[in-house]
Ligand binder design. Structure first.
Ligand code: FNR
Length: 367
């Protein structure tokens, strides 16, 4: 397929999948167990309808947004995902360059292939957040947090939906072995000697995940705030109750996420729980969403329902696989252009218009 025949994210996904080994493809694409939540992430977006408004002068459109004090060109960032070198030798370095050149935001995973210092070095003036898994050794965790703060990351993103890894059938049967993958953030550190204790039974394939602190409670946010002055985004919230807890313990923002359907199968689609979370938060902090975003109209729908920005996980990996830095750029460009089109065709000049137009997005119960 030549470059001009790529018109949407699905095209890039198809190409990327044809380039990957089965094990890596499964690792990227699969959801947990029967993949109900994975499918629901898509179909919930599809169930929503847009009620367009016309004759509202859409000649000049503006997609910029300020999140946690940082202005970005459009409200679509890169979610954290592990081991970008599985997709492309330049890994997170390529992803960061692409996201930065588009003027958006990237969240770097704790489990990145490249060290956080090496990634931020290539995009010194852009907005990077660091995703944090809390390990069962707090010193190791503190060291990571302080490295991220020292070299210029602007926020920490604490992932709360992964006390242990979800279960994926292909992975369990004959999945990728990540125990020898380069773990940039731990280079030179012997994990077995760093005071980390294995907490999962199967330590063979998901190396780092074996060291997560499964006893984590909300106090972890308070603890993080004692060791850093960076704002903390809590990623993985799926209920109003937990949104309330996150705010109570000092979260600066909440990301509604179900980890792209990779953790607990059967949890709802994020766009379905977004209104509940937004209502509970009631303006006290920013709310973002990921999981299942694949088109510009998805972005419009999430913003209309109260998200300040959205993030994408797998599409970044598809772009990176397909064509490295340029592939990730292409993914972001497609989504940005689609959002621009959706705004023009629904009568919205700004993201504020999307947010404030009454009932711009409704469930498909027209009758
Ligand atoms: C992830 N995700 C993830 N999340 C996180 O907080 N830390 C991580 O290291 C990873 N790793 C990871 C690897 C892979 C291969 C995938 C696909 C996902 C979850 C990610 O941040 C995000 O929540 C989902 O990917 C969003 O869903 P979509 O956009 O992939 O549907």
């Amino acid at each position: 397929m030549s470059n001009t025949s790529i018109v949407c994210i699905e095209d890039i996904e198809r190409l990327a999948k044809s380039q990957l080994s089965k094990k890596t493809r499964d690792y990227y694409a699969d959801g947990a167990n029967n993949q109900y939540t994975l499918e629901e992430n898509r179909s919930a977006f599809d169930r929503l309808r847009i009620r367009p408004r016309f004759l509202r002068d859409v000649s000049v459109r503006d997609m910029t947004v300020t999140i946690l004090g940082q202005k970005i060109n459009f409200p679509i960032g890169a979610s954290p995902s592990a081991y970008h070198r599985l997709a492309h030798p330049d890994g997170e370095i390529a992803t960061a360059k692409a996201v930065s050149s588009m003027g958006s935001i990237m969240i770097l995973s704790t489990s990145s292939s490249y060290a956080l210092e090496d990634v931020i070095k290539v995009v010194p003036n852009s907005t990077l957040w660091f995703q944090l898994y809390v390990f069962n050794n707090r010193q190791v965790t503190k060291m990571l947090i302080q490295r991220a703060e020292r070299c210029g990351f602007k926020a920490l993103v604490l992932t709360v939906d992964t006390p242990i890894s979800g279960f994926q059938y292909n992975f369990a049967q004959n999945g990728l072995d990540m125990s020898n993958e380069k773990m940039g953030n731990f280079e030179g550190i012997d994990l077995n000697k760093a005071g980390l204790n294995y907490s999962e039974e199967d330590t063979s394939k998901r190396h780092l995940a074996s060291f997560y602190d499964t006893s984590l409670t909300w106090d972890a946010i308070s603890w993080i705030r004692t060791v850093t002055s960076l704002p903390v985004v809590v990623k993985g919230i799926l209920t109003g109750e937990d949104a309330e807890m996150a705010i109570k313990y000092g979260a600066s923002a909440i990301m509604v996420s179900n980890h792209g359907g990779r953790q607990l199968d059967g949890v709802p689609a994020t766009v379905d729980v977004l209104p509940e979370v937004v209502k509970k938060v009631n303006g006290r902090c920013e709310v973002y969403l990921d999981s299942g975003v694949r088109t510009g109209t998805d972005v419009l729908k999430a913003i209309a329902l109260g998200a300040k920005a959205v993030f994408i996980g797998r599409p970044v990996l598809w772009g990176l696989t397909y064509n490295g830095e340029d592939g990730v750029k292409q993914v972001l460009k497609i989504l940005k252009n689609e959002l621009d089109l959706a705004m023009a065709l629904s009568g919205c000049k700004t993201l504020k218009d999307i947010e404030t137009t009454p009932s711009l997005v409704v469930k498909d119960n027209y009758y």
